[in-house]
Design a protein around this ligand. Structure first.
Ligand code: HEC
Ligand code: HEC
Ligand code: HEC
Length: 351
């Protein structure tokens, strides 16, 4: 080794030892209460913006009008974001405001970011700030739903926000407890009737109770991933899962739209007979009538957007669920885009 390199190496070693000694002394103030120097503040924020800008370059933005998760995203925002960021008519928790940096109010920040940049922030979080990553890393579709909601946020007033969230927007929830409190939370998205308050939320009314219960456990244990549902079940008392499943299983199924198109006709053909040449099995072999295993869900009358999303997740190996979910993953892998469009058109209108 050349002498100049030796000196360089010794210098580096000395700096590391000095830094370790300084940390060991404990005089560096890690308290959040004193705040950052304004130069540190500016530097951190500059680094955050630069990083988000660069990493967002590789993000492909879908058509946000089609993401369809707006209502569920609003409720999720109330449950998982508002205690830090506040919301129209809702103040952040005082504990959150003592964080360093304090979480900013979002309404006047959203326009500073592009959709891709918002996606990057919500999907990955911001290191050293408390801004968390999305709880289900492989559910980009849900993150896009949240981005679509954030775009609407600046135009929402307190009343409109409360309407979307449809529940106690503040901590008044403490008044009810047990089953009723848990059900009220589910009903914010699923409605008390289990039909779902919007196109983004699946019908659970009249579904098999065994399937509903197994699905709740799968979300809780992380075997089925959905940031929206994982947060909802984590805030729910596990002892009420069974009663909630029975409650929704006992709601009457909603009336189904009737349709008669070429797509529905081909979908019916696949549902009843499959596509033997392509190895697609008949869906009704498992999802039909009385022969079905109680752990197999009913999909007739389910919402189109939900069916399509779940089939794509199964095919990509990204949907877990009950102990039987791998069966469905194999089935979904046999379907192409047209097959998916046709079977979902059929099942949405099927009785
Ligand atoms: C524990 C507190 C906390 C929670 C919960 C939280 N955030 Fe944040 N968030 C922060 C903090 C702190 C920042 C500031 C980061 C910075 O300035 O570098 C931030 C920044 C952001 C930003 C960028 C704002 C800007 O212009 O600086 C967005 C957008 C955002 N959060 C959205 C969300 C969404 C959506 C959720 C819920 C899914 C959420 N946050 C949950 C603490 C939180
Ligand atoms: C913030 C909105 C929201 C809340 C609150 C919520 N859900 Fe959901 N629920 C959803 C969405 C969205 C899905 C679809 C998730 C997916 O893609 O896996 C879902 C899926 C489900 C499923 C799986 C349905 C199927 O066909 O596989 C069950 C069961 C369920 N929810 C029950 C509940 C119960 C019980 C509660 C109350 C403890 C609850 N949900 C609270 C939005 C919500
Ligand atoms: C061999 C049995 C079997 C066949 C055949 C089958 N499925 Fe499934 N399917 C299942 C099982 C089991 C589940 C539940 C997976 C879980 O969550 O554990 C399921 C779940 C689903 C779901 C998600 C339902 C929900 O509420 O989340 C959809 C959508 C679906 N199947 C569509 C289809 C379609 C379309 C076909 C025909 C092309 C089909 N299935 C054929 C067994 C089958």
């Amino acid at each position: 080794m050349r002498p100049r390199h030796k000196i360089g190496l010794a210098g580096l070693l000395a700096i590391s030892v000095a830094a370790a000694f300084f940390a060991w002394l404990g005089v560096f103030n890690v308290a959040a209460s004193t705040g950052h120097w304004s130069v540190t503040n500016r530097l951190l924020h500059f680094a955050m913006r630069a990083s988000v800008r660069v990493y967002a370059l590789s993000v492909t933005v879908p058509d946000l009008r089609k993401t369809g998760l707006l209502q569920a995203s609003a409720v999720h925002f109330q449950a998982g974001c508002a205690y830090c960021h506040g919301a129209p008519g809702v103040s952040p928790s005082p504990a959150a405001l003592s964080m360093l940096p304090p979480p900013p109010g979002l309404s006047n920040k959203i326009s500073e970011w592009t959709d891709a940049q918002l996606f990057r922030i919500v999907r990955h979080g911001v290191r050293y700030t408390g801004m968390p990553a999305w709880p289900a890393p492989d559910r980009d579709d849900e993150v896009w739903g949240m981005v679509a909601f954030l775009r609407e946020l600046p135009s929402l007033d307190g009343e409109h926000y409360r309407e979307l969230v449809a529940g106690p927007a503040t901590s008044e929830a403490g008044e009810v407890s047990g089953f009723d409190a848990d059900l009220a939370r589910c009903a914010q998205c699923h409605g008390a009737d289990g039909v779902g308050r919007s196109e983004d939320v699946p019908v659970i009314a009249g579904q098999s109770g065994a399937y509903l219960l197994a699905s709740l456990k799968a979300y809780l244990e992380g075997r089925r991933r959905s940031g929206v549902m994982q947060v909802a079940v984590s805030q729910t008392n596990e002892d009420t899962f069974e009663a909630l499943a029975q409650y929704y299983a006992g709601r009457p199924e909603p009336a189904k739209p009737v349709g008669d198109t070429a797509s529905i006709a081909r979908g019916r053909e696949i549902a009843e007979r499959g596509l033997p040449r392509k190895g697609v099995p008949a869906c009704l072999g498992c999802h039909g009538g009385s022969r079905k295993n109680p752990a197999y869900p009913r999909i007739a009358g389910q919402k189109k957007l939900y069916l399509e999303t779940q089939l794509r997740l199964f095919a990509a190996g990204r949907r877990g669920g009950t102990a039987y979910s791998s069966i469905m993953a194999k089935v979904a892998a046999t379907l192409d885009d047209t097959d998916i469009a046709d079977v979902t058109a059929y099942f949405t209108s099927a009785r």
